[in-house]
Design a protein around this ligand. Structure first.
Ligand SMILES: [Zn+2]
Length: 64
């Protein structure tokens, strides 16, 4: 009784068996795709510091 462990590929949502070489990705392509996301800064936190300076300009929004 072997219970196949299956997950969904985080990239394309295909079902991936645990014995897949690229687990938890369905294929080498998706694995590379995920790494590419990190490398391109897709997950980086936006730098809001500059925007906060603009809040000093709130006086321009004073209701007449
Ligand atoms: Zn995939």
């Amino acid at each position: 009784m072997s219970k196949a462990i299956v997950v969904k590929c985080p990239i394309c949502r295909s079902l991936v068996k645990r014995d897949n070489d690229s687990f938890p990705f369905c294929s080498d392509r998706c694995k590379t795709n995920d790494l590419g996301k990190w490398a391109s800064g897709g997950y980086s936190i936006p730098d809001n510091n500059e925007n906060f300076d603009d809040y000093d300009d709130n006086e321009h929004k004073v209701i007449h």
